[in-house]
Design a protein around this ligand. Structure first.
Ligand SMILES: [Mg+2]
Length: 212
């Protein structure tokens, strides 16, 4: 088993059906439209371009339009997760079955991540939280972001394992020399290790260690 297990937060520790990311996406849309002084449809077109060029809306607004990342993050995450997340004993059991503390590696801010972990009732399962500010707002899947985490953990890339629902982040981890598991129910994208639910992760990792 890898020395360090790093879990993404949004749509990895909780499912899309909670509606939490829909709320955050609504806020990003309205923030972007207001910041750029354009209509919502126009801001959506700009966001798509910014994400293509820079990986995240935040980084695109920062690099091309001089936005303040902290202002953006505060607007998007203020008061969240609120009532969107509930205690999740099954998640807690899955994390306990990993047999070690794990870390969060998220493109969200740490204060929001810690509120989310508390709301899910799993804060005690985690050691460190590597957030977007930690990566100097680069975020996954920038190679440098993975390197910063390795340095902080004093380990090499092959000691790190990322579990993430976003394929580009999984590919970024593999490019960095990490091990990676894509949290997905999709069957395509051969060659990438996949798991349909975090509850299946402990068994998957045990099998990997056993070489089966
Ligand atoms: Mg995610």
């Amino acid at each position: 088993m890898s020395e360090h297990i790093l879990l993404d937060l949004d749509h990895t520790l909780y499912p899309p059906s909670t509606g939490l990311m829909d709320e955050m996406n609504r806020r990003i849309e309205s923030y972007t439209a207001s910041f750029l002084k354009v209509s919502l449809p126009e801001s959506e077109r700009i966001r798509a371009t910014l994400r293509d060029r820079h990986g995240t809306t935040l980084r695109g607004l920062f690099l091309e339009h001089g936005d303040d990342p902290e202002r953006f993050l505060a607007f998007v995450h203020q008061g969240l997760p609120g009532d969107f997340l509930k205690n999740d004993p099954a998640l807690d059991a899955a994390l306990a079955a990993l047999g070690k503390k794990v870390h969060i590696f998220t493109n969200a801010p740490e204060n929001y991540a810690r509120r989310a972990l508390s709301a899910l009732g799993v804060a005690q399962r985690f050691d460190r939280v590597f957030d977007i500010a930690f990566t100097k707002y680069l975020g996954k899947p920038a190679l440098e972001a993975y390197r910063m985490v390795e340095t902080a953990l004093s380990c090499g890339p092959s000691s790190c394992l990322l579990v993430d629902d976003t394929l580009s982040n999984v590919r970024g981890a593999l490019s960095a020399g990490w091990k990676a598991v894509w949290l997905t129910e999709r069957a395509d994208e051969g060659g990438i290790r996949k798991v349909a639910s975090l509850s299946l992760l402990p068994d998957l990792l045990r099998q990997a260690v056993g070489g089966r």
